[in-house]
Design a protein around this ligand. Structure first.
Ligand code: PNS
Length: 165
């Protein structure tokens, strides 16, 4: 039987930290589904289509990885896919409370679900989508923090918002 895992997130946008986790998880599992939450409540900077496109481009070389979007509860997406393993990346201790809450909630909703946590590689410890957006919004360079295609998308996004001002 194939071992499949789901790596969920907002990925607004995907960073090199996320790429590192996805690549490493794909070595452990036969297939990895990167599941992009539509999350309209979080008011993402990038539309779901943009986020899917950026991730697909950045991970297209890895044939074990597929990228899909989901709306609603993660447990429902997992059920639809017949998957019960979730992957999440952990950076600092500050991630712990939120991850603990999510894991507990998901297991309350479906006790068969197991979340596997992977430590982010040292070089990506300080990267978050939030910080990347902040740097880019002030015109700073995000080289090395996100894939090249994401860098271009960020530049375009903030160029067009600045032009509107
Ligand atoms: O990258 P993020 O924003 O930390 O990812 C969080 C995400 C999308 C995995 C989480 O918010 C989620 O699973 N959302 C779907 C709704 C859901 O299932 N909520 C209950 C568990 S918190």
């Amino acid at each position: 039987m194939k071992k499949i895992a789901v790596y969920p997130g907002s990925f607004d946008p995907i960073t090199n930290g996320h790429i590192d986790i996805a690549e490493r998880a794909s070595r452990v599992f036969d297939k990895l589904i990167v599941a992009v939450a539509k999350n309209p409540r979080k008011k993402p900077l990038f539309s779901i289509e943009e986020r899917l496109q950026m991730i697909r481009e950045a991970l297209s070389h890895n044939k074990k990885i597929t990228v899909e979007s989901f709306d609603g509860l993660l447990v429902d997406f997992l059920k639809e896919k017949g998957v019960d393993v979730v992957i999440r990346g952990l950076r600092a201790v500050s991630d712990f409370d939120y991850e603990f809450q999510m894991d507990s909630l998901n297991r309350k909703l479906n006790p068969n679900i197991e979340t596997f946590f992977m430590m982010t590689s040292e070089s990506y410890f300080y990267i978050s989508s939030q910080i990347v957006k902040e740097i880019a919004s002030f015109g700073g360079s995000v080289k090395g923090l996100v894939p090249e295609n994401v860098m271009k998308m960020l530049e375009n996004k903030f160029k067009s918002t600045m032009e509107k001002k």
